[in-house]
Design a protein around this ligand. Structure first.
Ligand SMILES: Nc1nc2c(ncn2[C@@H]2O[C@H](COP(=O)(O)OP(=O)(O)O)[C@@H](O)[C@H]2O)c(=O)[nH]1
Ligand SMILES: [Mg+2]
Length: 248
């Protein structure tokens, strides 16, 4: 399975800030204003020569507590299905909350998924002590970081790449059907991808080049596993052809 890492956690723990830190961009919007954050955001990152795709999850959620929990569950479950490694982000300022436990339970139930618990907002030494609280989630080692300043993220990345295979396309024996959507920018590739997936999984706008990177999605439909590759445009096609010839 290609290296796909999903950042999950309840809202406001600093997932998007961490995403931006790791991808060294400002792609994900760090904001609490309704409607500005999309469901998922995809980026590429690299650490010590190991490349991986990163998914930031969790747009703004509004409504009653029930709606809130259902929406968190839905978004976390999709991220779990799409990724091979999960980073469960929690917030030392708040300590363990009920919603952290909801997310941790979903993560725990996911079979074969590796998990790193990331205690964010550890801006100083005193706060590092509070991180021990998160061992009660029962998901192992707790990595302390400050996504704002970047402190601790080096150790986190070291731990992450140990969990990732260094061969980005090391698909195992159960070869999946690969579908690459290629074509000129703005002809409707992302819309087609979304139609195939049956939901809005990629960012679609009518501004040419909105999909900046290829977006790889693993999904199951009609009882079969597929890899769908939504490319950014012709210049990205080489990579897909390489992938397809590898499979062939
Ligand atoms: N003190 C502190 N605040 C942070 C840190 N990382 C993120 N935040 C703040 O936490 C809030 C939520 O961050 P965001 O990344 O949008 O969280 P998300 O909802 O989990 O994606 C923002 O106000 C961030 O500036 C950190 O390391 N330290
Ligand atoms: Mg966010």
């Amino acid at each position: 399975m290609p290296n796909i890492v999903a950042i999950v956690g309840r809202p406001n723990v600093g997932k998007s800030t961490l995403f931006n830190r790791i991808t060294e961009t400002r792609q994900a919007i760090v904001d609490e204003v309704a409607g500005v954050t999309r469901d998922r955001h995809y980026g590429k990152a690299e650490w010590n020569g190991v490349e991986f795709s990163l998914i930031d999850t969790g747009g703004y959620i509004h409504g009653s507590d029930d709606v809130f929990e259902a929406e968190i569950r839905r978004q976390v479950q999709i991220a779990i299905d799409e990724s091979s490694v999960l980073m469960l982000v929690v917030d030392v300022e708040e300590g363990v909350t009920e919603f952290d436990k909801v997310v941790a339970n979903l993560v725990r139930k996911s079979k074969n998924k590796k998990v790193l618990v990331v205690a964010n907002k550890v801006d100083n030494h005193e706060r590092a002590a509070y991180a021990a609280d998160f061992y009660q989630l029962g998901l192992g080692e707790v990595y302390t970081v400050s996504a704002n300043s970047g402190s601790g993220t080096g150790d986190l990345m070291d731990a992450l790449v140990k969990l990732l295979s260094s061969d980005e396309w090391s698909l195992n024996a159960e070869i999946l059907t690969l579908i690459a959507i290629v074509g000129r920018p703005n002809v409707g590739k992302s819309s087609l991808a979304n139609a195939l997936l049956g939901e809005e999984r990629t960012i679609v706008t009518d501004i040419a080049g909105t999909t900046r990177d290829t977006i790889d999605t693993r999904y199951t439909k009609y009882g079969h596993d597929f890899w769908l590759i939504d490319t950014a445009g012709m210049r990205k096609n080489l990579r897909c052809m390489k992938t397809l010839s590898f499979i062939a």
